[in-house]
Design a protein around this ligand. Structure first.
Ligand SMILES: *Cc1c(COP(=O)(O)O)cnc(C)c1O
Length: 435
């Protein structure tokens, strides 16, 4: 209830702080994907930059020229980083919004250029982020999902076969989220070029990691605008750019491509309404904080964080490789680690790790555990590996752990063949939370 009488500021802030104490411990490196933390000082800087523009609204770029300028700076900086200094684009509220905007634009591009397509298809890897499923669901598009090889890269020959006259675009990830593997973007670019369809690269997690890894001398396969067929790239600022939450970029090679992203309503009594993104009101805080993150880190800062993160990821991989029964998945393209287990239940292992205070990302197809590794995880690598060794021993000694805790539920959700049944059950669980 809204209190009848307003409360004092100190009391309110104290209550808000208190309400957060039982949340997952992301500052301590126990969470591996939800938060990208670059230290207390950086966090404080972000908060102050955010606060300066917390009430500003990029819905009207003429009224907030400052925000339009910050957006332009972010787009230009990212364009240069992704090797297309002339790239254009928009800031969005997150990877999902970047992807929704890209898919909507691809659909409208097809509507204008190929009006005979009645039921549009988007060709994507099986490992593509569910934001594409969401976009397809919202916009009436069919996703054609293509298999991946043993290293979890999409099979380019199968992509070529899947592209047909109804195809409105192709998607590859750099890297995909589950196993951190970069799809063969150069080959996808050739297919896109030959078949004259646009190619979107989802670099939501990799956009602000791969360029630094490349400069550190890691072998990064081509994934950005250097690949001729690449039309657009999504890259999250609130991930490895260490911005505050609510900021991502959607970049286009040319304004001609981007044009299809711009929505205009002309009959609203409130006036002509034009908007390039999903949101109406576009909060200024996350844009200012993302700009501040670029300025505060600089290339040096990002390189240093990438060096520490990749060191931590390599150390985790080496440690996991040495534990009998565990297998690393994919390839070490990025600072993402995932592993599966043989001869022991991975979901029972996940429960044991959680009992020791780790926030665990459980995956399926194949059943595995995911770690998005940032610089903030370097100090916890040894503790994680020690706990992992102990937990593997516990599950080995007591296989019935697979029948307790949350393990059976995850196991069933992973194996049940009727996916609509799983969806129905999960929908009920979520609905229950809103009762
Ligand atoms: C995180 C992520 C997304 C979605 O981003 P949100 O900011 O969570 O909406 C899309 N694709 C990939 C590869 C990601 O890692």
């Amino acid at each position: 209830m809204i209190p009848q009488h307003g409360r004092p500021t100190d009391e309110i802030l104290e209550e808000l702080t208190k309400r957060g104490v039982d949340d997952t411990d992301w500052r301590g490196g126990r969470v591996f994907s939800l938060v990208y933390h670059a230290g207390a000082e950086h966090e404080e800087m972000l908060k102050r930059a955010h606060a300066l523009y917390a009430s500003a609204n990029l819905l009207n770029p003429l009224a907030f020229k400052s925000l339009k300028g910050l957006e332009r700076d972010l787009v230009q900086s990212a364009g240069a980083l992704f090797n297309c200094p002339g790239a254009v684009g928009t800031v969005t509220s997150g990877g999902t919004e970047s992807i929704l905007c890209a898919v909507a634009a691809y659909r409208d591009r097809a509507r204008r250029k190929k009006p005979w397509i009645r039921s549009p298809q988007l060709v994507v890897p099986r490992t593509v982020h569910p934001a594409f499923d969401k976009a397809a669901h919202y916009f009436g598009i069919e996703l054609v999902k293509v298999d991946v090889d043993a290293e979890m890269r999409v099979d380019a020959r199968k992509v070529a076969k899947a592209v047909g006259w109804r195809t409105i675009g192709i998607v590859g990830s750099a890297p995909q989220y589950p196993h951190g593997v970069i799809d063969p973007i150069a080959e996808l670019g050739e297919i896109a070029h030959k078949k004259k369809v646009p190619l979107h690269v989802d670099a939501c997690v990799g956009g602000f990691m791969l360029p630094w890894l490349e400069r550190l001398g890691r072998p990064i396969p081509p994934w950005d605008f250097r690949v001729p067929g690449v039309t657009s790239i999504s890259a999250d600022l609130h991930k490895f750019a260490y911005a505050s939450k609510g900021a991502s970029l959607l970049l286009w090679r040319s304004l001609d491509d981007m044009r299809h992203q711009i929505f205009v309503a002309t009959d609203f009594p409130g006036g002509i309404y034009a908007s390039p993104t999903m949101l109406g009101t576009r909060p200024g805080g996350p844009i200012a904080a993302a700009w501040a993150a670029f300025q505060s880190m600089g290339v040096d800062g990002y390189l240093e964080l990438a060096r520490i993160a990749v060191g931590a990821a390599d150390a985790l991989r080496a440690g996991i490789r040495d534990i009998p029964g565990l297998t690393l998945l994919g390839r070490p393209d990025a600072t993402i680690v995932s592993y599966s287990a043989a001869g022991l239940d991975i979901y029972a292992l996940a429960d044991r790790l959680e009992a020791r205070g780790w926030s665990v990302d459980r995956q399926h197809r194949p059943s595995s555990i995911h770690l998005t590794v940032t610089a903030n995880h370097a100090p916890v690598v040894e503790r994680y590996l020690a706990d992992l060794r102990a937990c593997v021993a516990e599950v080995r000694a007591n296989p019935s752990l697979a029948k307790s805790g949350s393990a059976p539920m995850y196991g069933m959700a992973a194996r049940l063949p009727v996916r609509s049944l799983v969806a129905g059950k999960v929908r009920n669980v979520i609905a229950e939370m809103y009762k």
